[in-house]
Write a protein that binds this ligand. Structure first.
Ligand code: MG
Length: 343
C-alpha cells in the first residue's frame, strides 16, 4: 500500500469565531492510498487548536509504512500500528483511515454506509453553523442557511441571549448550541440553559471547561436539554470517565482517528445509554461523506463543512431537505476528483 499526500488550504466563507479565537482558513492534507489497482481518498483537517500542521502531518506520513499489512481492511491492527508511530495526531491518522475505508468499500463493491450497517432511512438532518458575530453579520449568515432545517449557534461570550434573539427574529427552526467551554458559573449556566430550552434549543455542546467534570455533570443532572461532550472527548479511551457526566458525545472523525474508531465510539456510547452527535471540522466533501456514512447510526449530524467554505475541491455532497443524500457508489462515493489534487 502506497501513501501520497498534498497540502491544501481550505478557505472559509466567513471568518469563523468561537468562544476562544477567530480564523479565515484551515490547512488540510489530501491523501491517497493505492492498494493493488484500487485507490482510496482521505483528508486531514488540521484546525490550529488541535496542534497539527502540514509539517507534523508530512513527518508522520514519512514514518508510516503500511507494507507489512496484507489487507487494507485490518483496521484494528492498522490503527494500533499508527498509534505506535506517534501519539496524538488524530487528523492525519483519520486521513489514512478514511482512505482505507474508501478502498475497503471499493474492494467489497459496497458503499461505506452499508459496510457499517447504517440505514439511509435514518439519516438525520445536518445543522448549519453560525459563529459568534454581530447581529448584522448573523443576519447575513442566516441567509446562507436557508436550505438547512437546523441552525447550530456558537455561544460562550457575554452576548449569548442577544445572539439567540437575533436568530429568533428571523427563523423558528430548531437550534443546536455550542458553548465551546465558554460558561464558567454553574448557576448562571443552568439559568441560561433553561432560557435556551424555552427558545427551542434541542442540544448543547461542551457547556463548561473540558476538565471540569464535576461542573458539567452538575449541569447534566439538572438540564432539560441534552448536554454533549465535545472538547472533553477525542477517542474511545476518553469515554469511560464521561459516563454520567454528559447526556452524550460529539464524535468527529478528525478526533477519533477516522471511521473505524468513530464507529466503535458510537457503539460504546449506546452501551452507556448516551446519545451521539456526529460533527466535522472545516472539511471538504471527502471527510464529510465519510462522517455522513456513519450519521444514520447517530442521533444528530452537524456536517456542514463543504457549505462553510468557498473552495471545496470536490463535488459538493448531494443535499436535499436538510439531509445528505448518499449515492450507492462503492466506498465513500466521493465525486469530482481531479488529478492535480493528489500527488
Ligand atoms: Mg463543538
Amino acid at each position: 500500500m502506497k501513501i501520497s499526500c498534498k497540502p491544501f488550504e481550505l478557505i472559509l466563507k466567513h471568518p469563523f469565531s468561537i468562544s476562544k479565537f477567530t480564523r479565515t482558513s484551515t490547512p488540510l492534507i489530501l491523501l491517497k492510498i493505492q492498494y493493488e489497482d484500487v485507490i482510496g481518498y482521505g483528508e486531514a483537517s488540521m484546525v490550529p487548536y488541535m496542534g497539527e500542521s502540514y509539517e507534523s502531518a508530512a513527518a508522520f506520513i514519512g514514518n508510516v509504512d503500511l507494507s507489512p499489512f496484507k489487507y487494507p481492511f485490518n483496521f484494528d491492527e492498522i490503527i494500533s500500528y499508527l498509534d505506535t508511530v506517534a501519539p496524538g495526531q488524530p487528523a492525519i491518522k483519520a486521513a489514512i483511515d478514511i482512505a482505507l475505508n474508501d478502498i475497503n468499500g471499493k474492494i467489497q463493491r459496497k458503499p461505506c454506509y452499508e459496510i457499517y450497517g447504517a440505514d439511509l432511512a435514518k439519516m438525520p438532518v445536518t445543522s448549519y453553523t453560525i459563529g459568534i458575530d454581530t447581529p448584522e453579520v448573523i443576519r447575513e449568515k442566516l441567509k446562507d442557511a436557508a436550505d438547512f432545517k437546523v441552525i447550530k449557534v456558537k455561544l460562550g461570550r457575554d452576548n449569548d441571549r442577544e445572539i439567540i434573539q437575533t436568530i429568533r427574529s428571523m427563523t423558528n427552526v430548531p437550534l443546536y448550541v455550542d458553548a465551546n467551554q465558554g460558561w464558567s458559573d454553574r448557576i448562571k449556566a443552568i439559568d441560561l440553559i433553561y432560557w435556551l430550552h424555552d427558545q427551542g434549543v434541542v442540544l448543547i455542546e461542551q457547556p463548561m471547561d473540558k476538565n471540569d467534570l464535576d461542573g458539567n455533570a452538575w449541569l447534566t443532572h439538572r438540564s432539560p436539554v441534552p448536554l454533549l461532550a465535545d472538547e472533553a472527548v477525542q477517542r474511545l479511551g476518553d469515554m469511560e470517565r464521561l459516563k454520567g457526566a454528559y447526556h452524550g458525545i460529539n464524535i468527529k472523525l478528525m478526533k477519533s482517528c477516522g471511521m473505524y474508531e468513530g464507529n466503535q465510539m458510537i457503539l460504546k456510547a449506546r452501551s452507556f445509554g448516551m446519545k451521539v452527535l456526529i460533527g466535522c471540522m472545516s472539511e471538504t466533501s471527502c471527510a464529510t461523506l465519510a462522517a455522513a456514512a456513519l450519521a444514520p447510526l447517530c442521533n444528530w449530524a452537524d456536517l456542514d463543512g463543504p457549505w462553510l467554505t468557498i473552495n471545496n475541491p470536490f463535488a459538493n455532497p448531494v443535499f436535499e431537505n436538510g439531509k445528505y443524500i448518499l449515492n450507492d457508489s462503492p466506498g465513500l462515493g466521493l465525486e469530482g476528483i481531479t488529478s492535480d489534487l493528489f500527488l
